[in-house]
Design a protein around this ligand. Sequence first.
Ligand SMILES: [Zn+2]
Length: 405
Amino acid sequence: MEEWTAAVAGGAVTNVTDEIITVHTTYFCGSTTAIRTAAGLVLIDTGNPGTASQILAAIRKWDDQPIHTVVYTHGHVDHTSGAPLIDREADARGIARPRIIAHRNVLYRFDRYDATHGLNTVVMGNQFNRPGYVFPTPHRRPDEVYDDTLSLTIGGKRIELFHGRGETDDATFVWLAKERVLASGDFVIWAFPNAGNPRKVQRYAPDWAAALRRMQGLKPDVVIPGHGPVIFGRARAAQILGDGAEALEILTSQTIEMINKGCSLDEILHSVSVPGKYLEKPYLVPRYDDPEYLIRSIWHLYAGWFDGNPANLKPAPKSEVAKELAALAGGADTLAARAGALAGAGNTRLAAHLIEYAIGAAPNDRAIHATRARVYELCMQAETSLIGKAIFGVYERESAKRSTG
Ligand SMILES: [Zn+2]
C-alpha cells in the first residue's frame, strides 16, 4: 500500500488499451478509468476532492473530449466525491454535465451519509489517523440507477454493468466484452477483502465471493482493480479472482458450519481462520482489513447481534463491572499491573481486557492511563491490519494524553 502510494504520487497513468487509461494517485483513493468513445469520454469513478484535479489533469493530457458518462463502482467517497469537480469543468466549458450512473443503493447510501456526517467524520478521521478530517459533502447523486445489470452503448462502445454485494451493497463492476477488460471496483483491492471493517455498516463476504466467481466466468484479459496496479494477462486475472473467491468461501463456509452447530461467536472467532497460503499472496495480504473481523461480519449477517454470551444480553454498565472486579482483585492498580505484564509477555488480547477494567474502575488515574497507552501500543505492534492498528491507536493516544494531565 505504501510502496504503491509512493510510486503513483502526483498522478500516474496505466495505458490499458489505446482507448482506455487508468489514473492512480495514492493506494488510499480509488483509481479512475477513462474510456474513449465517439460520443465523448466515459469515466469509471472520480477520485476524491484531494485527488480529482490530478486525475482530471492526467485525463485531459490524454483526451480533451467532453465527459459523457460517469459510472460509480460504489458510493464510497474515495470513488465519488471527485464528481463535483467534473460538473464544474462542464459548467466552465458551457456544456452539459455528465450523466452519472450507479446502482440504486448508492441513493440510499448518500441519504445515510447525509444523516451520519458526524459519525463518518469521526470514523474516517480515526481510520486514517487524520486529525481535523471532515467527511466530504454534499454527495453528487447519480442521474440514473439500475438494479442487477445494465447494458450501455455509448459512442459505439458496448459497456456492461453488473451489480454485486461485497464491501458495499451498492457495488458495480464494469465489463467491456470486446476488449475483455474488467473494471472490478473494490472487489479487487490488492489486499484481503475489506468485508469486516468494525465501524462500518454490514458487509457481505459470501456475496463478494459470488461476485468474484461471476467475474472469473467472464474470462477477462485485464482486471482494473479499485485500488492498486492493473492486472494484465488472462491467467493472472483468473488467479487473482479465483483465489480471492476461494479464501472468502472457506471463511464463510467454516463460520456458517459452526453457526449451524449452535456455537457462540467467541468459539467461532477462536477456531476459524483462513489458510496461510492465501494470506501470503501479495493480493490477499491482511494489511487493510483482518479476516477475524470478517468472521464477525459473517456472524452478524446470518445470526444477528447477540454473541451467545448471556451476560451481553442485558449487560450492567461497564464501569460497574470494572469497579466490582477491581475490588475483588485488590484494586485497579493490581489489574493494571497485571495488564502491563501480560502485554509485555505478548498476550495483548488478555491485557486489553484487564486494562479496560482497570481504567473503568479508575478513569482519571494517570499511572493507569500510562499503562493503558503502553498496552495499546503493543496491541498496535501485534496487529497486521491498518484498520486494527488505527482503532488501537485512538485509545493509545487518548491515554497517552491523559497520563500527563
Ligand atoms: Zn475504494
